[in-house]
Design a protein around this ligand. Sequence first.
Ligand SMILES: Cc1ncc(COP(=O)(O)O)c(C=O)c1O
Length: 404
Amino acid sequence: MTLRLADAQPWRADGHWQRMEAATAHLDGPFAACSLDALARNAADMVARAGGVPLRLATKSVRTRAVIEAVLATPGWHGVLAATLPEALWLSASIDDVLVGYPTTDRAALRALVRDDAARERITLMVDSVDHLELIDRVAPGHPELRIAIELDASWRLGPLYAGVRRSPQRTPAQLEALARAVVERPGFRLVGVMSYEAQVSGVQNAVPRGLVPPAALRLMQRLSVRELRERRGAAIAAVRQVADLELVNGGGTGSIETTAQDPAVTEIAAGSGLFGAHLFDGYRAFSVAPALAFALPVVRRPGPGWVTLLGGGWVASGPAGHDKEPVAVWPEGLRLDREEGVGEVHTPVRGAAADRLELGDRVWMRHAKAGELCERTDELHIVSGDQVVATVPTYRGEGRKLL
Ligand SMILES: Cc1ncc(COP(=O)(O)O)c(C=O)c1O
C-alpha cells in the first residue's frame, strides 16, 4: 500500500506513547511501530531546517521502501543516498536518482549495472581515488559511461586532534581537482557530483558530553570545523567546476542540516536519521526529533518486586561499543535497563516503579539508538496514526533484502 505523509495527523508529544500503545494493543511483541504523525513532523522539520536546500534521503537510516517513497513524495526531498550498489540497483527500479554514498567493490553488482541501461541513467557511483576507477575497468572492461561522484574528506584536524570519519584520502582542493581530471579524462566515466560528509558536525550530539569532552568543547570543535570546511569545500568545488559541470554537491547529515545549508558550495544535503528520530539524535542544540520509530517488547516474567523481564531487546547500534548504543526504555516511564545484564539475546530485565504495575503480556516500548538498524531486526513496521494502525509495511528485510 502507498503511505502518504499528507494523511498524517498533527503530532503531539503529549500522549504519544499512550496512542502507540492503544493502536497496537492487538499485536504480539516484539514488534516495531512507526508513528506516521511523528514521521511527517520530522520530515517537515528537516525541510524547514534546510531553508530551501533540497534533502537527499539517506536510505540506510530508513531501510523501508514504503517510508522512503512516502518521504520522497513530499516537497523538499529529492533522490536517495544509497549505501551499497546492490541496494541502489534494487531501488532504481522505482527511484530515478540514486547516489551510492560509498565506493563499491562488488563485481556482480558492477556487471549488473553495466548491463542495465536504465539503471545507469539513474545511479551515480562514488569514488575517492583512481584505484576505484581501475577496479571498475578491471571488472567491466570497455563498459559504457557510468555516472561518477567524487568524495572530499570533510574531517576536522588540528595538530594531533582529529574529528570525523576516515574515508576519502582527497583533502585539498588540488587533490580533488586532480581526481576530477582523472575521472573526466578516462573513457567510460562521467563526473556529475561531489560529496563530503562532515560527520563530526552531523553525527556528534552537542548538548550532551561525549565521554569526558564537555558539550561546550564539542560545539567549539564544530564551529571551527564548519568554518574550515566552508573555505576548503568552497575552493575544492570551484576547482572541480573548472573541470566538469556538476549536477550535485552533496554534504551534511541530519545533525548538520542548518550549517550545511549555509555553505554556498553545497547544492543538496543528505539526511535520514532525523526521520525516525533515533535516540542518538536527542542531544543536539539546534533541533529536536520526534520519536517516530520504536519497538515494543512483551513482559514475559517477573523476577521479583520492582523488576520485569522482557522478550528480546538486544538490538544495539553500530559504532564504538558503549551504553549509548543500547536501546532506551521509554514507556511506561521510569523503567531502566540493568547495567549487569544490559539488553539480552532473549531476555532484557528492566526495573523501576512502573514494573510492579505491568502484567505478563503487557509491553515496554524501547527506542533504538540509531534509525535504520532496527529494520534489520524486523520484517515489518506497523504504521500508526492517531491511535490506529493505518498500515503495515515491509522493511528491506521483510522484502527479503538486507542492507549490511
Ligand atoms: C555519506 C553520508 N552522508 C550523510 C549521512 C547522514 O545520515 P543521517 O542523516 O542518517 O545521519 C551519513 C551517515 O552516516 C553518511 O555516511
